[in-house]
Design a binder for this molecule. Structure first.
Ligand code: ATP
Ligand code: MG
Length: 494
């Protein structure tokens, strides 16, 4: 695909090429037609001059026509013939019965058949009078001639033909065409290059805008605005329009975040009341078993809903920049030890073996212990949840280049390559069709939170997966006690 810059440069070149071609063709045609009419004027003038010369010579004693002693045929007197020999073109003088009296040097050197064709023309006598043309073989090529009858030079001379080859004349315009053929590519290449550079300079402000918009629309920088120019052109309008759009987007995003945060917050209290109510009802000694069963199912759902509302609130607060990290020194070994018990319970329930490789030496991070715990637990529960019975899960941590890499690996169902780019999106789950409360319940918020936590700590999260083989999540976090600057907002939903 050609860029606008490339397309414009090509258009310039095409326009210039076409203009040059039309220009050269017009000059060629005009010059050619002028040259031909000059040639016609010349042949007519030559014929007239010959007629005048014969008229004058005819008054000399002996006339203009003599008999050749060798051939016995009539011909022009040698003095007249010498005068006519000066004329460079094809000249033929005929007597009244069509006998040739004079052939110019040009005519004599023609091959016999071609000279004969020229003679045939003038032999038609009065029928041939006027302009005409005849195409002979190279090098003479096309000949334009003029035939006139001579009445003023006595009875012995009757017709004269004067003709000239167009070959030498069209050479002028043809040379122009040749020059154009050589010069045109140079001009075209130069114009493409200059056009490309000029368009590049013209489009640079647009490219700058694209770069700036790209940087802004990563979701974290909607408060930023494009640099305004005072150029009073389309660029200034474009910048102003985009800035207005960014302002609207920022307002909309802000109100959306506020709404989500408020809604989740408002839901928390009723959910807590509901949960404690159900828990209290479950302790009722006289409740019939079927009621107990319903209450237990409801409690599971309420717990799930509470978790979802918690996750939503976390993300909404992070978006608003109201989820500050409480940084402290966190040793990964301690973290692993903390989750051992929960991991054991989860693995037992799911029938999946969980191997936790506790690092031998301390691996210290400057991090929010609660958030890091939440992130590792999210990855671990995912690994157990998406691994069928009998499978295995490993969790380990390694330190390299001042970075701590926590890896959660499983032999589970895996994720298809087409799904991988979406798994960190909010509310995104591979199998949407399956109920959120089915065999593998979830809201699709866990990984979004993991990504936010990793990035908020100045780290990253990476995933590799093969369908049916398993998945590996790697979280990379900066090691050491340096306290990273708290981020403004969480990654936005894409
Ligand atoms: P939640 O974590 O909010 O309870 P969830 O587990 O469905 O719900 P995420 O943790 O965000 O949501 O994961 C998103 C999707 O990515 C999951 O629905 C699942 O399809 C896929 N996924 C995540 N981890 C794994 C894994 N270890 N193996 C296979 N698929 C996974
Ligand atoms: Mg999850």
């Amino acid at each position: 695909m050609l860029t606008i810059r490339g397309r414009l440069a090509w258009s310039y070149a095409l326009a210039l090429g076409t203009t040059m071609f039309v220009f050269a063709l017009t000059i060629y045609l005009v010059q050619r037609s002028e040259s031909l009419s000059e040639l016609d004027d010349r042949t007519r003038l030559e014929a007239d001059v010959i007629a005048a010369l014969l008229q004058v010579s005819q008054r000399e004693p002996g006339g203009v026509v003599v008999t050749n002693r060798a051939t016995g045929k009539p011909e022009l007197d040698f003095r007249v013939a010498n005068l006519l020999a000066v004329i460079p073109d094809f000249v033929i003088v005929l007597g009244p019965s069509g006998e040739p009296l004079f052939l110019s040097a040009d005519t004599r050197v023609l091959p016999f058949t071609e000279a004969d064709r020229l003679l045939q023309v003038v032999s038609r006598g009065d029928a041939a009078v006027g302009f005409g043309r005849l195409t002979l073989g190279a090098p003479a090529g096309e000949i334009r001639y003029y035939v006139r009858s001579i009445v003023e030079a006595g009875a012995q001379v009757r017709w004269v033909l004067s003709g000239a080859s167009t070959a030498e004349l069209v050479l002028g315009p043809q040379r122009l065409l040749t020059v154009m053929v050589y010069v045109a590519p140079i001009i075209l290449i130069a114009s493409i290059l200059i056009g490309y550079l000029l368009v590049g300079r013209t489009l640079r402000p647009v490219e700058n805008i694209v770069d700036e918009v790209e940087a802004i629309t990563d979701g974290r920088s909607l408060h930023r605005r494009l640099q305004t120019t005072r150029s009073r052109d389309e660029i200034e309008r474009l910048t102003a329009t985009l800035n207005a759009m960014l302002a609207r987007l920022e307002r909309n995003f802000a109100s959306l975040r506020r709404f989500t945060a408020d809604a989740s917050h408002e839901l928390k209290t009723p959910l807590t009341v509901l949960r404690s109510g159900i828990e209290r009802a479950l302790t009722h000694p006289k409740a019939p078993p079927e009621v107990m069963e319903v209450l237990e199912e409801t409690l599971i759902e309420v717990k799930r809903m509470t978790e979802m509302v918690d996750s939503l609130l976390t993300l909404a607060r992070a978006d608003e920049g109201r989820a500050p990290l409480h940084l402290e020194k966190v040793d990964i070994r301690e973290l692993f030890l903390e989750i051992t018990e929960t991991a054991g319970m989860l693995s037992e329930q799911a029938g999946v073996s969980v191997t936790m490789v506790i690092p031998e030496s301390p691996q210290v991070l400057a991090a929010d212990a609660r958030r890091i715990h939440q992130m590792v637990m999210n990855l671990l529960t995912n690994a157990i949840k998406y691994t069928p019975r009998g499978g295995s899960v490993w969790i380990e941590s390694a330190m390299a280049d001042q970075r701590v890499n926590v890896t959660v690996r499983d032999t589970g169902i895996g994720i298809a390559p087409t799904d991988l780019p979406h798994i960190f999106d909010r509310f995104w789950r591979v199998d949407e069709a399956r109920s959120r409360t089915g065999a593998r319940p979830g809201a699709g918020l866990g990984l979004a939170i993991c990504k936010w936590i990793a990035e908020a700590h100045g780290g990253s999260i990476d995933v590799k997966s093969r369908v049916g083989r398993g998945t590996t999540f790697t979280v990379t976090l900066p090691a050491g006690a340096d306290v990273p600057a708290p981020p403004e907002e969480a990654p936005a939903t894409t």
